[in-house]
Design a protein around this ligand. Structure first.
Ligand SMILES: [Fe+2]
Length: 274
């Protein structure tokens, strides 16, 4: 094996693909087998030249669409053009749904404008406290995107805050009342408020933000949340509460500290009509 190939294989090996099956009687039959690739918290990381490694991983998953749940770009050097380039490449093959995370919301005005322009040009479906009908084989479900105001992340001193509540009423104020009876996917960057999302009416929530707890302690789970809380409840993986489901991506990049025993994750979610 030559050096170039060895290096490529090493890069590919860095991303772990996780598989989840989401079963619900609310899912229309044609959606049985529908596959979503869930990407989150890339933080400007580049996997291979022109994102070759990441795109190859997506291709292997053979998705019907891609859903991005925030912090795909941040203020690091080159993160915005890299994300726009990635989205342009992905949009050629798959519909790409996108919500802002706290890091996109913190971009300076000029950076924010360039990101928005680039994503629009790429053809990304941006959801900002709005919904979009996802139609497949004549059936449909709803995809909602929540962009939570920064007050739910940080205080006036730009420090992560603890203990602020996000209620069902807050979800209604931002997203409106859930429409109709169809299956609802909610893209929400911060999984901390799963009880509110669930009680609002999200059948499946896709989240990120926690980066798998940054350091994963075998048998105990993720160690730290970005708010520096130890052993966050929703650190990564699959959660089920009151008949509602959530998948929390462990993220593809990093923002502070380092990832330990916690490989970057690409999640593949297969919908199933029981
Ligand atoms: Fe993040």
């Amino acid at each position: 094996m030559n050096r170039k190939k060895r290096k490529r294989d090493k890069n590919t090996a860095k991303i772990k693909t996780s598989y989840y099956t989401i079963s619900s009687p609310k899912l229309p039959e044609p959606f049985c087998g529908y596959r979503i690739v869930h990407l989150s918290d890339l933080h400007g990381t580049l996997y291979g030249r022109n994102h070759k490694v990441l795109i190859q991983k997506v291709r292997e998953a053979a998705p019907n669409c891609i859903m991005m749940t925030g912090d795909m770009a941040d203020q690091s050097q080159g993160a915005i053009p890299r994300l726009i380039d990635l989205c342009s490449r992905l949009c050629r093959h798959w519909p790409v749904y996108f919500i802002d995370g706290n890091h996109e919301q913190c971009l300076k005005e000029k950076e924010q404008a360039s990101l928005q322009r680039g994503l629009k040009r790429a053809g990304v479906i941006q959801l900002k406290n709005s919904a979009q009908e996802l139609v497949y084989k004549g059936a449909s479900i709803q995809v909602y995107g929540l962009v939570m105001p920064m007050v739910y992340y940080k205080d006036w001193f730009r420090e992560y805050r603890w203990g602020i509540k996000f209620t069902v009423q807050d979800a209604e104020r931002l997203l409106g009342m859930p429409r109709g009876d169809s299956f609802r996917i909610l893209l929400a960057h911060n999984p901390l408020y799963f009880p509110a999302y669930r009680d609002w009416g999200a059948d499946l929530t896709l989240s990120g933000h926690i980066h798998g707890g940054i350091i994963c302690i075998p048998g105990l789970g993720g160690l730290l949340s970005p708010e520096v809380k130890f052993f966050p409840k929703y650190d990564g993986g699959y959660f089920w509460e009151e008949g509602k489901q959530m998948v929390v991506s462990r993220g593809l990049g990093n923002h502070f500290l380092f990832r330990l025993w916690n490989p970057p994750e690409l999640a593949v979610i297969t919908l199933k009509h029981p």
